[in-house]
Design a protein around this ligand. Structure first.
Ligand SMILES: [Zn+2]
Length: 336
């Protein structure tokens, strides 16, 4: 019968229970979990000689789940898995079936959209008949993976019913033992635009829309609040960075920004623009910069509901630019 238990193959050393030297190799089970500390072997076989191997049949084996699983550890420590550039190039076509592209052409010129899609290497997947592929390419031009998301071509919203239509390139390519190390969406553009102010948003979609509307800034996306973390942000050392949190998690983003700034001696400016803009609205809806038009409509509606007699001219003005001056002040720049 094959042993269910073995010595930790990474040979990570712990304190020996007998001689108390850090020369002790512990045992793991077949799933890579450490067993409790009494099971293992001291490297000092002559001077100490401690060893205690468990029996397969021992019903009292305890796992030490306070330690991370060894497979998880060795994967995380290893180099990132990469996807060949070929797949990126292959994906950069068939925009006529890309639902996000079809949504964007209702708002912007094809020329502008294509310029930004080419920069960010946005692709099309046949998955779900036209999902959008957001490649995560590092500053060293390594393709780490891509997020693949299906949008509704008429609303530009993600399709979440009956379940969210979102997956990963490494899953679609069926790459086994893939060591995923994500980077910021758009990170490869940092070296193309060394002097541009970097603007951080949460979603890839927002980064693309803002890159179309405001090409003087470099728009990068974290891909989620959990992905706004030090190891991803340290690539921005030495850059001017403004962070635009979604309204529902503004506080969390601010806290994270503070801690990351401290860690890397970075000055991440967290923009108050969106929370100020939406102060009269339900901020838990999670407005982001791509929603500015929707914000204007919602503000106008809320003013109308309050029965105030604003002139039509004023309403139109509010709808156009509810927080124009605020946006300029935040950046301390006049070219918006
Ligand atoms: Zn020992």
């Amino acid at each position: 019968m094959k042993n269910k238990y073995q010595l930790d193959p990474s040979s990570k050393k712990f304190i020996c229970p007998k001689c108390e030297k850090k020369r002790y190799v512990r045992m793991i089970d077949e799933l890579g979990n450490y067993l409790s500390a009494e099971f293992g072997r001291c490297d000092r076989s002559n001077s100490c000689g401690y060893f205690n191997y468990p029996q397969n049949t021992n019903p009292d084996i305890m796992l030490d789940l306070a330690l991370p699983n060894i497979r998880f550890l060795s994967k995380k420590d290893g180099p990132p898995s990469l996807i060949p550039d070929y797949y990126v190039e292959q994906s950069q076509k068939e925009y006529e079936r890309n639902a996000f592209y079809l949504y964007l052409i209702t708002l912007f010129s094809e020329q502008d959209i294509q310029r930004v899609f080419a920069l960010y290497k946005v692709g099309t997947s046949r998955k779900w008949n036209g999902a959008t592929v957001f490649w995560q390419i590092s500053i060293q031009n390594e393709v780490r993976t891509a997020k693949v998301i299906k949008y509704d071509a008429s609303t530009g919203k993600r399709i979440k019913q009956p379940h969210p239509l979102m997956t990963w390139a490494h899953r679609l390519l069926n790459l086994k033992e893939f060591n995923l190390k994500q980077v910021l969406f758009g990170e490869h553009l940092l070296s193309h635009f060394p002097n541009q102010t970097v603007c951080i948003v949460e979603s890839e979609k927002t980064a693309i829309i803002m890159a179309i509307k405001h090409p003087n800034y470099l728009w990068l996306a974290t891909g989620g609040i959990q992905e706004f973390k030090a190891e991803k942000i340290k690539v921005l050392m030495g850059r001017n960075v403004v962070v635009f949190p979604d309204t529902d998690f503004h506080f969390d983003w601010s806290q994270r920004a503070k801690s990351i700034s401290k860690q890397f001696n970075l000055n991440l400016i967290v923009s108050e623009y969106l929370v100020n803009c939406t102060i009269s609205l339900d901020q838990s809806k999670g407005y982001d910069l791509a929603d500015l038009d929707q914000i204007n409509v919602d503000i106008a509606n809320s003013i109308k509901r309050e029965g105030e007699s604003y002139s039509n001219d004023l309403l139109i003005l509010i709808q156009r630019n509810p927080c124009l001056f605020e946006l300029i002040r935040v950046f301390d720049l006049g070219d918006f």
